[in-house]
Design a binder for this molecule. Structure first.
Ligand code: FPP
Length: 259
């Protein structure tokens, strides 16, 4: 089948993946925490002579579908890199649009997230967000805080180095205030000051669009994660691609430095 048709078929048919193959995949053990670097929105739009923001809008729709899929297959945490601390360097119109996306996304999708018992978490520096963005994400976190199903963890205005420096600062403050016991700092103590303090580390990292780098994403937490890269641009990413990543993950043998 020609690549373009294959992609069209995958995207449109994969929402109908039969329950039997989902059950099979679940039995083999799905990753508890999947983190995704959603890349390629701009290139997707360029290819179609559309403005870059059209790629982001399409990308938002894929966020919705992959959240449904993660919930369906029983993933515990889905972390999505939606805006990095470096993304402020983009043209103002694009940044403004990206700041409006969570508002639109939550406007449309929050009732379904609530119905599905999904807990929304935002990982990043919320203080620096425009008021409308901050209000939307804070109210979604608040409205879903008691939910016990999938955690949809949106990394928004997130940068891993800043997160690590912030953790070091919190630890210094805690020592000064006597909130930490005397004695050596442990990895567990350090982890508990990161933005992911209540989460297991990602088992699987996915990056779309053919780029093979971490771009300041979860540098501490990804120490032992399995990485899966695909050339597929994020707006084209489908359930079939997600399944391929999970199946590859299931074939890997994780040794954490042991034998
Ligand atoms: C990287 O692609 C993508 C982003 C900087 C934004 C990602 C945002 C979304 C997928 C939508 C977010 C949805 C919610 C709900 C907040 P790029 O623009 O760098 O693509 P390029 O490398 O092809 O230019």
């Amino acid at each position: 089948m020609k690549a373009i048709w294959k992609r069209w078929f995958n995207k449109n048919a994969s929402a109908y993946i039969d329950s039997e193959s989902i059950e099979e995949m679940k039995d083999a053990g799905v990753p508890r925490h999947v983190a995704i670097i959603m890349d390629g929105n701009g290139r997707w739009a360029n290819k179609r002579s559309l403005p870059r923001v059209a790629g982001h809008y399409e990308g938002m729709k894929v966020v919705q579908r992959m959240t449904r899929f993660a919930d369906r297959v029983g993933i515990d945490i889905l972390t999505l890199y939606a805006f990095s601390t470096e993304n402020w360097k983009r043209p103002e119109t694009e940044v403004d649009y990206l700041m409006k996306l969570p508002v639109e996304f939550l406007d449309k999708f929050l009732p379904e997230l609530i119905e599905k018992n999904v807990r929304v978490n935002i990982m990043g520096e919320l203080e620096k967000l425009p008021k409308h963005t901050r209000n939307a994400v804070e109210s979604a976190m608040n409205e879903t805080k008691e939910n016990t199903g999938l955690v949809l963890n949106l990394a928004f205005n997130y940068g891993s180095r800043a997160e690590i420096v912030q953790a070091a600062q919190y630890i210094l403050d805690d020592y000064k205030q006597g909130r930490l016991p005397e004695g050596p700092l442990t990895e567990e103590m350090f982890s508990s000051h990161l933005m992911t303090k209540d989460m297991v580390d990602p088992d699987l990292l996915i990056r779309t669009s053919g780029e093979i780098r971490l771009s300041n994403f979860m540098l501490w937490q990804l120490a032992y994660s399995e990485f899966w890269f695909t050339d597929v641009l994020w707006p084209d990413f489908s359930e079939a691609d997600f399944i391929e990543a999970i199946k590859e993950y299931q074939r890997r043998s994780r040794r954490y430095g042991g034998l």
